[in-house]
Write a protein that binds this ligand. Structure first.
Ligand SMILES: Cc1cc2nc3c(=O)[nH]c(=O)nc-3n(C[C@H](O)[C@H](O)[C@H](O)COP(=O)(O)O)c2cc1C
Length: 314
């Protein structure tokens, strides 16, 4: 029996919950063991930024998160990582996934599967995900919604096989007036079941074929490239997966993003691609902590800023 976990962070009985339930119904009807959580019902502390997890990674060690067992994150992660697939349905706040979801996601660094696999701490597991971003407006006011959710997937090796942007549903459960929307999320649930029942190496994108700019991850967001830490440069990069290439004009006068030959070297959706980032962390953060001379300079220069106090708000 395939285990499917639904994750939401919306209002109780709001659009995100209703859309998620419709997608999960399709999974249940196809024989899946379905679990659903609303992140608002759990305590998940903010990442403190202590970087103990990445400092240990730099030295090839897994010491986990200093907040482990101080909140519900680890309990939830055990279920997330045990699932064959997750479906996330999340409200858009200020153009991107709401903070309840991103707070949960940003605590996942210590579960980095590329790192944990590289040191033999965990076995590789192929997992899939589908994403629903829900907003009151159209794409223009949800410009980073799906992309910010995609960014939360690769840390724990969830391959995104479908995404849907639910637009123009500001009022609670307003999605129930839109039959096409309800059908589309049911299809998303069916796609998840198709995917988990397909051998991992044959799984592919099941959403709209032409969705987004990026032919690799289907994000709709590109950035101008800059020199990277190891000298790699791409004129244009996908904001989500890091694919590199350039824009080309098609015969019908439209623009398309074309990934260059070495453009997937650092594809963040793959373990191999993310390992290059683990290497970057080793060379930048790891090298800093291993160098007493540089640490001494920082500590001396920091005195001025530690002593400097501006008035604050009581
Ligand atoms: C603080 C806040 C910020 C919001 N920002 C956006 C936004 O940037 N774009 C958008 O399309 N909708 C925005 N909305 C509307 C919600 O996304 C919309 O009401 C959605 O249906 C909420 O999902 P829910 O019913 O699952 O809670 C915002 C709502 C709130 C409360």
């Amino acid at each position: 029996m395939k285990k499917i976990l639904g994750i939401t962070a919306g209002r109780p009985n709001g659009n995100s919950e209703v859309l998620l339930k419709e997608a999960l119904l399709a999974c249940q009807e196809a024989g899946a063991d379905v679990t659903m959580i609303n992140l608002r019902n759990y305590e998940v502390l903010d990442c403190t930024g202590c970087t103990v997890c990445t400092q240990n990674m730099s030295q090839g060690k897994d010491k986990g998160c200093i907040l482990k067992n101080k909140d519900d994150k680890d309990k939830l992660m055990k279920v997330v990582l045990d699932a064959d697939a997750i479906i996330c349905s999340v409200p858009t706040y200020d153009l991107m996934a709401c903070s309840v979801f991103s707070r949960f996601a940003q605590r996942s660094i210590s579960y980095e599967t590329a790192f944990l696999e590289s040191i033999g701490a965990i076995e590789h597991k192929d997992r899939v995900a589908a994403l629903i971003a829900v907003g009151g407006s159209t794409r223009t006011w949800q410009s980073m919604a799906l992309e910010s959710m995609q960014a939360a997937m690769f840390m724990t090796s969830f391959q995104v096989i479908d995404m849907y942007l639910a637009t123009r549903v500001p009022a609670p459960a307003q999605c129930l007036l839109d039959d096409d929307m309800m059908q589309r999320v049911r299809k998303l649930g069916e796609n998840i079941m198709t995917s988990v029942n397909t051998p991992a190496e044959e799984r592919k994108w099941l959403g709209e074929e032409d969705m987004g700019w990026c032919p690799n991850c289907h994000s709709n967001a590109l950035v101008l490239g800059e020199d990277q830490w190891d000298g790699i440069f791409y004129p244009v990069e996908c904001q989500v997966c890091g694919a590199g290439g350039t824009l080309e004009k098609t015969e019908d006068g439209k623009w398309k993003f074309v990934i260059q030959e070495n453009g997937l070297l650092k594809d963040r959706t793959t373990v191999a691609g993310r390992e290059t980032h683990v290497e970057e962390i080793k060379q930048t953060q790891g090298a800093f902590f291993a160098d007493p001379e540089r640490r001494k300079i920082v500590s001396e220069r920091l005195k001025k800023y530690k002593e400097l106090k501006f008035k604050t708000i009581e």
